[in-house]
Unconditional design. Structure first.
Length: 324
């Protein structure tokens, strides 16, 4: 029995395992990142993964470590620790909590959309959860102040509730199926408010742009606008299947005798359907745009362009981290 050869210390575990320039590679990466089973891992397992990753980065390869084990440790590590600060992240804010949390909240929003207090309550719960996720997955370069966090939270919650209640009163005289889409419209509106507000510092001061080797060239607000737009699109995309498909199924089911006989199955069925959509929609919508996004130098603000032209007249494309 020969010992397996020791792993080379040259695997780049700073980058994802799969090619991020293809949709398929990004989808594989995010299926790992958003895997809800990561939430069940014990503190000891997380610490062990952290040790393997930090040792490997420091150039120490434990004997017998396979490449698969190394990548598994990296994905466990990434699922629980903040990439920039290294702190253990709040359980509820981790990407692996997205599916179970969203499934419960969205399922309830779609089930209890008929009364005003229920609309108020579930939109508030949803925005509170969003605020935690946006705070937990913030870009480490730009810390959010408590007052900015508060402003974003209050504005997004107000936006969602006003949209939901406004649309709810408009749909009173329309077919029932249309009323079921009110929560989705409210969530989409809130995302358009919540994410830009949470990341307002980036819109004011810009986000770091780099060349393809990661050398920092300056900060650009044009890049921040593009990054935030892409995140808003993918978040609305994430919510869309879960909020668009179950209402059609539930509407059909409610006309059948089965749900009339067992009305208490309404919420669990709704939550289950939403969960099924989210397990796929969450990673696939995260994968819509590369995490390391790019834009032509000619689309940046004139003063940023001028500075880059001084440093590197040949450079045509800059890169930036779009956030999640």
């Amino acid at each position: 029995q020969k010992m397996p050869p020791s792993l080379p210390a040259t695997i780049n575990i700073q980058e994802p395992r799969w090619d991020q320039s293809t949709f398929q590679g990004r989808a594989k990466h995010f299926f790992m990142v958003t895997d809800p089973r990561n939430l069940l891992l014990s503190g000891a397992t997380l610490e062990e993964a952290r040790r393997v990753v930090e040792d490997y980065r420091a150039g120490t390869v434990p004997p017998g470590l396979t490449e698969d084990q190394l990548w598994r440790a990296k994905y466990i590590y990434d699922s629980a620790f903040h990439p920039d600060t290294g702190e253990k992240m709040l359980l509820v804010g981790r990407m692996s909590a997205q599916v179970p949390m969203n499934m419960t909240i969205t399922g309830c929003m779609l089930t209890f959309y008929r009364t005003t207090p229920a609309v108020l309550f579930w939109q508030w719960v949803n925005q509170s959860f969003n605020a935690i996720v946006n705070y937990t997955n913030r870009s480490g370069d730009a810390p959010i102040t408590p007052s900015q966090l508060g402003t974003a939270y209050v504005s997004a919650t107000t936006g969602a509730v006003v949209t939901a209640l406004g649309l709810k009163s408009l749909t009173k005289h329309l077919p029932a199926i249309i009323g079921r889409y009110v929560p989705f419209a409210a969530v989409a509106a809130a995302n358009c408010i919540n994410i830009p507000l949470m990341r307002q510092r980036e819109l004011k001061l810009g986000i770091p742009v780099t060349d393809e080797n990661g050398n920092r060239l300056g900060e650009s607000t044009a890049a921040a606008q593009k990054a935030i737009f892409q995140v808003v699109v993918s978040r609305i995309g994430m919510a869309a299947p879960a909020m668009a498909i179950p209402p059609v199924i539930m509407n059909a089911l409610e006309k059948r005798a089965f749900l009339k006989r067992y009305p208490y199955l309404n919420a669990p069925l709704q939550v289950g359907l939403v969960g099924l959509c989210l397990v796929f929609a969450t990673p696939l919508c995260c994968a819509l745009f590369p995490q390391k996004s790019s834009m032509p130098v000619s689309r940046l603000e004139p003063e940023v362009q001028a500075r880059i032209r001084e440093k590197d007249p040949q450079l045509e494309t800059v890169y930036f981290n779009k956030g999640l």
